[in-house]
Design a protein around this ligand. Structure first.
Ligand code: AMP
Ligand code: GLY
Length: 421
């Protein structure tokens, strides 16, 4: 059998996880990651295809296209949202290249709250009531706010990864936050009904009306133990969310199918990973938001549960063939090691030291670079330590033990990931 090469676009832990998943495929002998990070390269193991980094940024669509053609990669998987919004999928598709991700237009399900809310309204999918206000419309926003019940959610538009989301307990607090967002930061805002319930994420590969469900996960967005402190990109995650797995037929029927049908009927079929941020409330399942890509860090713990060859999975997705993913019945959990100060200002350049006891295969690297031969921290989320076992408590034991086998000055992690399911 001739083996093939794959291009993964992105640089973080999610892309490291994707690269590893492809490197394990029996069809693949080379995984390129653009731009990748040096941690990915040093951790490929002897049973896996080579992982190489390519010095092209995720914004340089034409250079990525040129590279994919030159190397005749058989498919490209786009990790982050930035290249999606720049139209990478449109360009690759125009040139006849296989690519996993949505078109620029369909990616608005994540990039534009107004677009996503309109699709949900037309598809009759439950989501929080909201109003959008331009930054110069403070007086009207304040008037609207005064009529609402509390707590209330305020979202500063344009800030990625939930970093601009505040839940205000009362009018006075909300007024101050609104002022900071609209007047001090000059941001547009969304004022949104606060949903109360249990949150979970659900990932589905979608190609028009054709779906391949991947699975559920839970992410920990707050920086501190006990869900205290600022929102981050995610400080840890586990999969699956057992109680949510029982709701998936309902989620498919009441959320996923109506939304993707609506996208097809408005001439903008969705392709790629649909990531539904969901809340189980007393009034049913509500959509908090859609993302149009895999979650980071959720992907790092979800992908290792997939027992099928990931190349076969994505090929079936691209060709709209039926495929039922077999997930292992193990549990999977990961904890992010972040630079002290994250998600605000943090240091870079701290050396990452492993010991003889470190299980290199358990690490997914994110914000790292090389200083001479030394791997050093170069981002807020530096790496994630992951484990799979038959119980979450065993995963936790393994991950937290491994974290003691890593020395990174000026770093921290949450201690309560997966403590309560
Ligand atoms: P987002 O930027 O929309 O992903 O929001 C980040 C986080 O804020 C979510 O994961 C929720 O925990 C919380 N959140 C966002 N919107 C709401 C809402 N309407 N009600 C309750 N919590 C929310
Ligand atoms: N972990 C949240 C995200 O990927 O948006």
């Amino acid at each position: 059998m001739t083996k093939t090469s794959i291009l993964v676009v992105g640089a973080g832990g999610r892309e490291h996880a994707l690269a590893k998943q492809y490197a394990k495929s029996s069809h693949v002998n080379q995984v390129f990651v653009a731009p990748g990070n040096p941690g990915m390269v040093q951790s490929a193991n002897e049973y896996e295809a080579a992982i190489s980094c390519v010095a092209i940024t995720v914004e340089d669509i034409e250079a990525l296209l040129h590279f994919a053609k030159e190397e005749a990669v058989s498919l490209t998987f786009v990790g982050p949202e930035v290249p999606l919004n720049l139209g990478i999928v449109d360009r690759f598709s125009e040139e006849g290249l296989a690519v996993v991700g949505p078109t620029k237009e369909a990616a608005q399900l994540e990039s534009s709250k107004a677009f996503a809310k309109a699709v949900m309204e037309k598809a009759d999918v439950k989501t929080a009531a909201y109003r959008y206000f331009k930054s110069d419309d403070f007086d009207n926003a304040l008037e609207y706010l005064a009529e609402q019940s509390f707590p209330i959610v305020l979202k500063e538009d344009g800030l990625a990864q939930g970093k601009g989301v505040t839940i205000s307990p009362d009018f006075e607090d909300a007024k101050l936050t609104l002022k900071a967002m609209m007047i001090d930061h000059q941001s547009d805002v969304i004022i949104e009904e606060c949903l109360v319930g249990e949150e979970f994420s659900y990932f589905v590969l979608v190609n028009g009306k054709h779906t391949i469900p991947v699975g559920t996960a839970r992410d920990y967005k707050r920086v501190g133990d006990g869900d205290k402190g600022l929102n981050t990109g995610g400080m840890g995650a586990y999969a699956p969310v057992d109680w949510a797995d029982e709701l998936l037929d309902e989620v498919n029927q009441s959320v996923i199918q109506p939304v993707i049908d609506q996208m097809v009927s408005q001439g903008c079929p969705f392709t790629g990973v649909l990531y539904a941020g969901l809340m189980k409330t007393e009034k049913g399942i509500y959509v908090i938001e859609f993302n149009t890509r895999f979650g980071d860090p959720e992907t790092q713990i979800l992908l290792p549960l997939i027992e099928d060859d990931f190349y076969d999975v994505t090929l079936a997705h691209i060709n709209q063939q039926p495929f039922k993913i077999s997930l292992s019945d193990q549990k999977s959990l990961g904890v992010v090691l972040a630079a002290k100060g994250y998600p605000k200002v943090y240091k870079r350049g701290m050396p990452i030291q492993l010991t003889e006891e470190t299980v290199a295969d358990a690490i997914r690297y994110a914000g790292v670079s090389k200083d001479a031969d030394q791997l050093v921290a170069n981002g807020g989320r530096i790496l994630m330590v992951t484990a799979q076992a038959n119980e979450f408590s065993k995963c936790r034991d393994q991950v937290y033990k491994q974290l003691t086998q890593l020395t990174v000055p000026d770093s921290f992690y949450r201690n309560d990931i997966g403590l309560h399911q």
